[in-house]
Design a protein around this ligand. Structure first.
Ligand SMILES: [Zn+2]
Length: 221
């Protein structure tokens, strides 16, 4: 189940948040007078990050999900329930295991019980994976994505689009006629054949649906 792309996408949020915070800081330093955008994609665009850096971030997210987060969850699934044992079992550093466990807790995907050792008076935390919650969140996210994609498809199929040849704007027929078919740069807007965009959205819908189907199959096994 954990290897399903939809699960990986959900778990990516944990690592994405970290990169988002770093980029936000950088944006504030670079443009102190501008409002800091939200969301990693908007920040990447606003900071005009070079392709190598975007690739680096994407690789880091993928690597952390596959080599750190999934092994920790697998450890929980196998019944290992303390941070120290998980660290021993996975070979991941204890402070990293703790950090990830609390992030999973924030997402409600993991939960813990605290108990006091009657002899030492120390607290021990016994962790548990919340499988049903993960399943629910994966399904919710997927529905949301499918809704957005279907809305986009609807808009593309029911409108004519016009673009500036220099890529400044893209707008519908009504918007273009309001601007008398001129871009701010003075260039005349051109009709755009959007059939490729439509195909792209359709295949994204198909892919999401098939990921959801295979997810449902593995969950019901
Ligand atoms: Zn233009």
């Amino acid at each position: 189940m954990l290897n399903n792309p939809l699960v990986k996408k959900l778990l990516s949020k944990i690592v994405e948040k970290e990169h988002e915070e770093i980029l936000k800081k950088r944006f504030k330093e670079t443009y102190p007078d501008e409002e800091t955008p939200d969301g990693i994609d908007n920040l990447i665009r606003a900071l005009e990050l070079p392709p190598e850096e975007i690739q680096f971030i994407a690789n880091d997210i993928k690597k952390t999900v596959e080599e750190t987060i999934i092994p920790i969850i697998n450890s929980l699934i196998n019944g290992t329930d303390t941070d120290e044992e998980i660290a021993k079992e996975t070979g991941i550093k204890l402070n990293v295991v703790r950090k990830i466990l609390y992030k999973l807790y924030d997402l409600k995907i993991a939960n813990y019980k605290r108990s006091k050792d009657p002899e030492t008076q120390w607290f021990t935390y016994s962790w548990k994976f919340e499988k049903e919650e993960l399943i629910k969140q994966v399904r919710d996210e997927c529905e949301k994505d499918l809704n957005t994609l279907n809305q986009e498809l609807d808009k593309e199929e029911n409108n004519m689009f016009f673009v500036c040849p220099y890529g400044h704007i893209r707008c519908t027929f009504d918007e273009a006629s309001d601007e008398e078919f001129l871009c701010e740069c003075g260039e005349e807007l051109e009709f755009q054949d959007n059939s490729e965009i439509i195909e792209h959205i359709k295949s994204a819908i198909k892919e999401t649906e098939s990921d959801l189907n295979s997810f449902t199959e593995t969950v019901e096994q």
